[in-house]
Design a protein around this ligand. Structure first.
Ligand code: FAD
Ligand code: NAG
Ligand code: NAG
Ligand code: NAG
Ligand code: NAG
Ligand code: NAG
Ligand code: NAG
Ligand code: NAG
Length: 636
């Protein structure tokens, strides 16, 4: 079982913690001399999952010491969506982030993926778009399914029923006031929530005036509204809450709700501006917990932290595999090429990289498209802008600065999108069952690993089954406004291509090398053809025709031709919507897994991973809610 099988915090205790909000935490450490000689638990990375785990452990075990080690620092400056900038413009003092360019993607016109990750206390929850949806029940049921008989027999289950209680627990949802709900037609169902954790979500008291336009057009395409999408069933048109404080409108993130807003605890320390280099097993991986080797980013001083209980790596999907690889835990052949002594041969470390990406359908209008207010009013109308800033500072906060990226999206399954869904599903099954076929799509350095091939075949078969389910979304298109040139972005929710995260061979503590390999499984392109063709139907709806919607891209000629449309998908896709995952997958060892259902690293004593790396398959949603839920579930 998890750490805390017995220790349960009462709702009353949590409520009193929430009431102590915003007392600055005293236990921030900046150098080794300030640390204790030993810790019971060390958590690597003060991110979305890591701080959730640290909060739960330090509260449940008052007599055990917890140390969190974070590369970044505390930075609670205004967020990307806060005034005084214009909507979705860069702010002058942004939260520090890792940023990467992947290697070129030969199957996507040699484009590179541009990806970021929060490098700060709070991790990516402190820098993300605040779009706070959850996957569908079938996403998590697939996590159990890919684990095969081995996982089916375990008492810990990460299927929907096994993770839903932790989604509920992870967030306090605040219902919008009746007048606001009525004005925007917000719908929700409180039974999808019920937590009292000081991570907040709500619906903003604002929408751009044309938000209902696309909603009407989607309905004309036959997409039905879902009243609540956080309860497991989300095929259709959804309202999506934002992760924000319902009173102040400000971003809610792990650095606040699981750190700054938590009452100071004498058993909890946070070391900032330090990089965890590796974990070390002086007597071999069976004799844990390991030591944690840490490097100061201020003076480069290198030291070991002694651990009595467990180490939890929560450094995010790009950095968790770097810590493991530097520790000698990873693909043996890669470690040999990097000159790192092998501790455990786990070829799944840094393999199985997945992310959301996709192209857009874009259009213009020939008829007047005049609504008030629209985003341009923030830029062009000084009165509107000053009113918007005042509204944001009001209590409760309202106005345009409260909507973050927006609150609406469609989620559509393959059978509802195309009459050709069966052909696509058959092609996936054929790849899975034809000897050598699945292996040929894996990254070259793990292609000959029988366990990686077995795991990939299991993933393909699980996804083929899921794709045939009309309630399993495979396309997402979020929107907030549709001002020309307008676009409908085609998220590929369940990519079949697999990439890698590997250490830089000449500098192991530098940024890792990301090889996205987007489009390397050609079925991803087939699915995108169906998605783009589906989204183009939007422009033919009476609502869009009423505004004289005219397509800019891909255009009827391109869309009519498979080869031309595939070229459009390859060249015009954005390769990352910032949801990397799955680089230390929870799968049986015989399926290329890195951790088991208890999130313990296979074969390593006293070592777990808890962050989005453990997802075996990317979920059909933005990923922060799942990162919180992973942190919650592993802690109990
Ligand atoms: C720009 C952007 C926009 C996004 N938009 C959304 C959105 O709108 N909605 C949504 O739900 N999701 C969104 N996401 C994704 C979501 O925020 C992440 O998937 C999620 O927060 C990841 O959580 P994590 O715990 O896995 O990792 P993180 O929260 O990224 O935490 C990892 C932490 O580990 C630290 N770290 C790394 N290496 C080391 C090391 N060696 N030593 C010490 N510390 C280390 C990092 O600095 C970081 O603080 C977005 C992400 C980004 C980057
Ligand atoms: C913590 O330690 C104190 C003193 O050693 C002891 O009295 C107390 O019962 C312990 N509490 C828990 C929860 O173990
Ligand atoms: C991608 O780059 C490789 C190597 O430079 C080159 O051979 C190939 O033609 C390029 N492909 C495209 C589509 O530009
Ligand atoms: C809300 O719903 C009502 C009834 O369906 C509809 O008449 C109205 O236009 C909707 N308003 C918005 C802002 O969507
Ligand atoms: C940390 O401990 C490991 C294992 O004993 C050792 O190899 C390494 O040199 C130590 N690192 C430091 C900085 O002392
Ligand atoms: C969109 O339409 C407007 C007005 O008809 C026109 O000025 C503009 O050039 C068009 N933009 C594109 C990208 O076609
Ligand atoms: C500018 O904003 C103000 C305040 O919201 C509004 O009353 C006014 O009509 C706007 N002006 C224009 C030209 O839209
Ligand atoms: C690896 O690191 C070196 C030194 O920092 C750098 O010059 C090089 O570009 C990096 N390689 C890759 C592939 O990122």
């Amino acid at each position: 079982m998890g750490f805390l099988s017995a220790a349960i915090l009462s709702a009353a205790a949590l409520a009193s913690l929430a009431a102590a909000a915003s007392i600055p935490h005293s236990n921030v450490k900046r150098q080794v001399s300030q640390l204790r000689s030993k810790y019971d638990f060390v958590i690597v990375g003060a991110g979305t999952s890591g701080l959730t785990v640290a909060d739960r452990l330090s509260a449940a075990f008052p007599n055990k010491t917890v140390l969190v080690i974070e590369y970044g620092d505390i930075h609670f400056a205004p967020g990307v969506f806060d005034p005084p900038t214009n909507w979705m413009e860069a702010i002058p003092n942004p939260v520090p982030s890792w940023s990467f360019f992947s290697l070129p993607n030969p199957d996507m016109g040699n484009q590179t993926a541009f990806v970021m990750a929060g490098q700060v206390v709070g991790g990516s929850s402190a820098s993300n778009g605040q779009f706070f949806d959850r996957g569908s029940r079938f996403d998590y049921d697939a996590w159990l399914d890919v684990g095969g008989l081995e996982f089916a027999g375990k008492s810990i289950k990460w299927n929907w029923n096994g993770i839903f209680p932790y989604f509920k627990k992870s967030v306090t949802f605040t219902e919008p006031p009746p007048a606001v709900a009525q004005q925007y037609n917000y719908t929700w169902d409180v039974s999808a929530y019920g937590g009292t954790t000081p991570i907040y979500s709500t619906f903003a008291a604002f929408q751009w005036a044309d938000q209902p336009v696309l909603k009407k057009a989607w309905k004309e395409m036959g997409i039905n509204s879902q009243g609540e999408c956080a309860g497991g069933d989300k095929e259709g048109i959804c309202w999506v809450p934002a992760s924000q404080d319902p009173l102040t409108g400000r971003r809610s993130h792990a650095g606040l709700g699981h750190h700054a807003d938590v009452v100071p605890r004498s058993n909890y320390d946070l070391l900032v501006k330090h990089q965890v280099v590796r974990v070390a097993y002086p007597k071999g991986p069976k004799y844990g917990p390991p030591l944690v080797e840490v490097r100061s980013l201020v003076d480069n001083h290198l030291f070991n932290v002694t651990v009595k209980g467990e180490v939890v790596i929560s450094a995010g999907a790009f950095h968790t595999p770097t810590v493991l690889q530097r520790s000698g835990i990873g693909p043996a052949s890669f470690l040999a090429s990097a000159g790192i002594p092998l501790v455990l041969d786990l070829p799944g470390v840094g393999s199985n990289l997945q992310d959301h990406g996709g192209p857009s359908v874009t259009w213009n209008y020939s008829q007047p498209y005049s609504f008030y207010p629209l985003p341009a009013d923030l830029a062009n109308n000084a009165t509107f802008k000053s009113e918007a800033i005042a509204a944001f500072d009001d209590t409760p906060s309202h106005g345009p600065y409260t909507i973050a990226m927006g609150n609406s999206a469609i989620y559509v399954s393959l059978p509802h999108m195309t009459p050709n869904s069966q052909a696509i599903i058959n092609r996936i099954r054929q790849i899975a069952t034809t000897p050598g076929a699945a292996a040929s799509y894996l990254p070259p350095d793990i292609r000959s690993s029988p366990v990686m091939v077995a795991g990939y075949i299991a993933q393909l078969l699980t996804l083929a089954n899921a794709f045939s389910n009309p309630a399993f979304p495979s396309l997402e298109t979020p929107w907030a406004t549709s001002v020309a040139p307008a676009s409908a972005v085609s998220f590929l929710l369940h990519p079949l291509s697999r990439g890698t995260v590997r250490l830089n061979l000449t500098d192991h503590v530098a940024q890792p090398v990301l090889d996205y390999r987007a489009g390397s499984n050609p079925v991803d392109i087939d699915i995108q053809l169906a998605q783009v063709r589906f989204l183009r139907r939007l422009l033919a709806t009476p609502t869009m025709q009423g505004y004289g919607a005219s397509e800019i891209a891909p255009g009827a000629d391109v869309a009519a031709d498979d080869a031309l449309l595939a070229e459009y998908v390859r060249r015009q896709s954005i390769l990352s919507f910032q949801h990397p995952c799955c680089t230390a997958a929870m799968l049986p060892k015989g399926r290329g897994g890195v951790v088991g259902v208890d999130l313990k690293v296979h074969g390593a004593a006293g070592l777990r991973v808890a962050d989005l790396s453990i997802a075996p398959l990317l979920v059909g949603s933005h990923t922060s809610s799942t990162a919180y839920a992973i942190g919650e579930k592993v802690s109990f």
